[in-house]
Design a protein around this ligand. Structure first.
Ligand SMILES: [Zn+2]
Length: 288
């Protein structure tokens, strides 16, 4: 990621370090990288070792659950436990894991459900918040979370939320935060849901690099901060430049701007950001 490669063709030099520096310079305090396999967590930890305020997650994404089978499931579980125990400061959440019924070509529903529950049941004992993925699977995800509600002590976030208001409120009632990014605010229907969410249950994320706010999205008209002068097409990339249509962490301010605008400026922009920052610390960094 951020290696200058698009599809299979190399367009420019790797600029991951610049992306991270730009994020911290723009005022971000901490960043959580989301990993979706054991190997991704190992890669993320390498990056975390270079930057004090980078953190990561540990677990298997629903589209990667085909890697589990009856003969290796305990071995994979032990690998996750070992990583989490050795890196307990840097691994701040379990996940991302959950259910994705829009991409069953990578892993069928039955296997997804089985191994989401398998991970949840065993990894709860690590006592970390849950970073949850949900696509068109709210009811099944809810049912499994509900089943383990008494053992889940740290709560979690339903990230990149794009469901209905009823679904959001169900998760909130069960103690979860709702994570919003560019993919959560593409349509007017999305915005109507976000408008009605309680601010003390909202988290923001960029889910970079694919989930940026695009001119075709309804949310676009609510953005104030543009990065026009810093952004070039990938073919024209130069050191220090952002790339058109490639999202990165410093754009998180736009997510806050959209939420602020659609809430009708109920509070000052600073108060809104402060509140969301507090929510994030409460969920992921309560012991710091
Ligand atoms: Zn996800």
């Amino acid at each position: 990621m951020y290696q200058g490669v698009y599809g299979s063709s190399k367009k420019h030099d790797a600029d991951l370090d610049q992306v991270i520096k730009r994020a911290f310079q723009s005022g971000l305090d901490k960043i959580i990288i989301t990993a979706g396999t054991h190997n991704e967590t190992i890669q993320a930890l390498e990056l975390c070792s270079k930057y004090e305020n980078l953190y990561t997650t540990c677990g298997y994404h629903p589209t990667r659950c085909s890697e589990f089978n009856e003969s290796n499931e305990n071995e994979i579980l032990n690998q996750i436990f070992e990583l989490c125990e050795k890196n307990s400061e840097k691994i701040v959440a379990i996940g991302e894991f959950g259910l994705d019924y829009e991409r069953t070509q990578f892993c069928n529903i039955e296997q997804q459900k089985r191994y989401f529950e398998f991970q949840l049941k065993h990894l709860i004992s690590l006592n970390k918040p849950l970073f949850l993925h949900n696509r068109a699977a709210s009811q099944d995800l809810y049912d499994i979370l509900y089943k383990y509600r008494d053992q889940i002590t740290k709560g979690g976030v339903i990230h990149s939320f794009d469901g209905t208001l009823d679904e959001a409120l169900q998760f909130i009632q069960l103690g979860y935060f709702i994570g919003l990014n560019g993919c959560s605010m593409k349509t007017q229907t999305n915005l109507d849901v976000i408008k009605q969410l309680p601010l003390d249950k909202i988290l923001v994320e960029t889910d970079a690099p694919w989930c940026g706010i695009k001119p075709s999205h309804t949310s676009y008209s609510h953005i104030k901060t543009q990065f026009t002068s810093e952004t070039v097409k990938k073919e024209k990339w130069a050191s220090g430049k952002m790339v058109k249509d490639r999202n990165e962490p410093c754009t998180i301010i736009q997510i806050c701007e959209v939420i602020h605008s659609i809430r009708g400026n109920q509070e000052s922009f600073e108060d809104l950001c402060e509140k969301i920052y507090f929510n994030t610390k409460q969920l992921f960094f309560s012991n710091q």
